[in-house]
Ligand binder design. Structure first.
Ligand code: CA
Length: 415
């Protein structure tokens, strides 16, 4: 029996054993959840200083939500995550011009409306209004997105029977600490289906660390108070090292002589070096003189199939909010459009054809076998995967493009 079949057999066996216990009626998920809450989680919560009254209020009438993603069979040990069969969302889909234009127009209105507040936030944390607004836009459509879920239901289900229990148990404890500290009644602690809180969509542990009270009512209310929402976003970025009076980055032209595999946060060079290699800002605009002696990083999120950038350390601070190059770029770019009326990207994000994340993971594993660092075979082409692909292409005598395509995949299958 192959390893895969063996695992499937064991999974089926587990399910059968769970579903039909000998001589007894199976415990309902609700009963099993309550049993776990009382016998496993309550002792841990108590040890972390959660009062019984907070615990009871948080879980009153809470039932597990078995429709959530990434759950294992209730009450059983986690099984390995299945191979990712989802389609890979190419960068072109991320940057809808219509949505960018709408968000930029709304952002300009809000920039005027909250001018005084945003200035005070920038004075306090050094994070410019345009960046704070762009994150607000991305996370909750400037507070208009519905955030309807009971955070104790979401995190409780994941901590009980999700595939990443340890992480969600920490978040559930953090949510109880928020409830204990009484910022809002427990019924008001609403989250997304992933457990992210309020308009800035912070996980509870992030909230405990970075959320602030900026309207002075003594409560860190990131659900209803716009000053608290915006200041908490700035506090998070400042806490991760946002540098005052500095841009996130600049779109550039990268000549064919500069290989795409020079990108990445560990490959910084001084601006003069990049200029000497022939890189220019688009439209031949000069770089700010303050950047002259500082290190910048090449960023090509779609390899040679899309626009290229020289970014500052601040770009990687944006990635602390969400570990995705595309997310950070969306925020930086939207900010520029809100504040400076910046134009769309000068180069298009080219279509690369239909691929599954499992296809990309297969290429990543092949690269790993050849000794390349792809940052983990997760089916997502981060900068380590992109530049490893580019180096592999170079060794094959191909022009480096540093991005997975169906054509490259076929080549990997043959080799
Ligand atoms: Ca407040």
């Amino acid at each position: 029996m192959s390893m895969r079949r063996c695992i499937m057999f064991l999974q089926v066996l587990c399910l059968l054993l769970f579903a039909v216990p000998r001589g007894a009626v199976a415990a309902s998920p609700e009963t099993a959840f309550r049993h776990w809450l009382e016998n496993v989680f309550w002792p841990a919560a108590h040890a972390h200083g959660i009062p019984r009254s907070t615990f009871d209020a948080a879980f009153r009438n809470v039932q597990p939500d078995l429709r959530l993603p990434d759950l294992g069979p209730p009450g059983l040990p986690s099984v390995p995550r299945k191979q990712e069969q989802r389609e890979f969302g190419a960068p072109a889909r991320y940057f809808s011009e219509r949505s960018l234009r709408t968000l930029a127009a709304q952002g300009r209105v809000l920039l005027k409306r909250h001018d005084d507040l945003l200035r005070r936030i920038e004075m306090t944390w050094g994070v410019p209004a345009r960046i704070v607004l762009a994150i607000w836009a991305r996370e909750s459509n400037y507070g208009h997105a519905r955030i309807p879920h009971n955070v104790f239901r979401i995190l409780g289900t994941q901590a009980w029977t999700g595939r990443r229990k340890a992480r969600f148990r920490r978040e559930l404890l953090a949510a109880l600490l928020i409830a204990r500290d009484g910022h809002l009644p427990v019924s008001a602690l609403k989250s997304s289906w992933a457990g992210a809180l309020g308009q800035p969509q912070m996980m509870p542990s992030t909230y405990l660390k970075w959320a602030v009270d900026f309207d002075g009512d003594g409560k860190r209310d990131i659900w209803r108070s716009i000053p608290d929402v915006l200041a908490s976003i700035a506090s998070h970025l400042a806490g991760h090292g946002w540098q005052r009076n500095r841009d996130w980055g600049f779109e550039v032209d990268v000549p064919a002589s500069v290989p795409c595999f020079l990108e990445g946060p560990d490959r910084g060079r001084r601006l003069e070096e990049w200029l000497a290699m022939g890189i220019r800002r688009i439209g031949r605009r000069p770089f700010p003189t303050s950047e002259r002696n500082r290190r910048l990083f090449l960023l090509m999120p779609a390899g040679r199939y899309g626009p290229a950038f020289l970014v500052t350390r601040n770009f990687y601070v944006l990635k602390e909010y969400n570990m995705s190059d595309l997310y950070a770029l969306f925020v930086g770019h939207l900010g520029d459009r809100i504040r400076f009326g910046a134009l769309p990207f000068s180069r298009p994000w080219r279509q690369i054809g239909h691929m599954l994340r499992s296809d990309i993971a297969r290429m990543q594993r092949a690269l790993e076998r050849l000794g390349h660092d792809v940052g983990g075979a997760d089916g997502l082409p981060g900068f380590r995967t992109r530049r490893s692909l580019g180096l592999w292409q170079k060794r094959q005598g191909l022009r480096p493009t540093c991005f997975p395509t169906p054509r490259l995949l076929r080549r990997f299958r043959r080799s």
